[in-house]
Design a protein around this ligand. Structure first.
Ligand code: GLP
Length: 239
């Protein structure tokens, strides 16, 4: 695991952009994408690059990490809406090549199976990740087995509280989600984790400590041979 420490959020996004761009430039890559506030700056840079340099996404495939259960696909805070708003609507991607778990599916077990099969049949070239303040990746909360594959997860109180800033009230925050499992995430060829701000400092310190434990889902990444973690000074402040 390689740590890159940058001055601030903007610099973190620029560094991440360089790495993502190399993969996108191959033309027919498969990207593993993430939501949350952290990747927004990177998505803005990808959109800007598409507009300025006409970088094409026509043959790019994408798989998102997770999706809330219990809100409509059209809800402003669904990850489907988030991805369209922040990336897909601004690039020339073929929406048939875009994949997200369907948290609104009637049969959620079947949906987990469907998504997992897709992941088994496609190799993700680069998986983008944020990290929860409690060390979660995707929506794999502390205690998740490292051999988990796409499943329905119960969000912890901490995650519900952290994500309540996006909703009108905490009671509106979904309590469940469909997420890629840790095993799915580790199958990507390359993993790029971004973290900024003091709120992530504790999780980044624990990740840097190099102790592999299910209490810190992100620590599973130590078992992967190509992981780059880009952080700002605040997120790195407890290391
Ligand atoms: C959410 C997402 C994660 C994300 C995390 C951190 O719960 N499921 O994929 O990494 O929160 O979000 P943020 O980047 O907003 O801090």
């Amino acid at each position: 695991m390689k740590f890159i420490v940058k001055e601030n959020y903007e610099e973190v996004c620029k560094e991440a952009f360089k790495i993502m761009k190399e993969v996108v430039d191959k033309g027919n890559s498969t990207l593993g994408l993430a939501t949350g506030s952290t990747p927004i700056g990177l998505y803005n840079l990808l959109v800007e690059d598409h507009k300025t340099n006409h970088t094409s996404y026509k043959n790019i495939k994408t798989f998102n990490l997770d999706e809330y259960v219990g809100i409509a696909k059209s809800h402003y805070e669904s990850y489907d809406s988030f991805m369209k708003r922040n990336l897909f609507s601004h690039i020339d991607i073929n929406m048939d090549n875009v994949n997200l778990p369907r948290g609104y599916a009637e049969d959620l077990e079947q949906e987990c199976k469907r998504y997992n099969e897709l992941l088994e049949n496609n190799t993700v070239d680069i998986q983008l990740l944020g990290i929860g303040a409690n060390g979660h990746i995707g929506f794999n909360e502390p205690g998740t087995p490292f051999d988990s594959v796409t499943y329905i997860t119960n969000l912890t109180e901490k995650t519900i509280k952290d994500n309540s800033r996006f909703f009108d009230s905490i009671s509106e925050v979904p309590t469940k989600a469909i997420t890629m499992g840790i095993k799915n995430i580790l199958q990507a060829k390359k993993i790029l984790l971004l973290a900024t701000g003091k709120n992530k400092a504790e999780a980044i310190k624990r990740l840097h400590d190099n102790v592999i434990t299910e209490d810190l889902p992100a620590s599973a990444l130590h078992m992967h041979k190509d992981v780059i973690v880009i952080v700002d000074k605040d997120a790195y402040s407890l290391v």
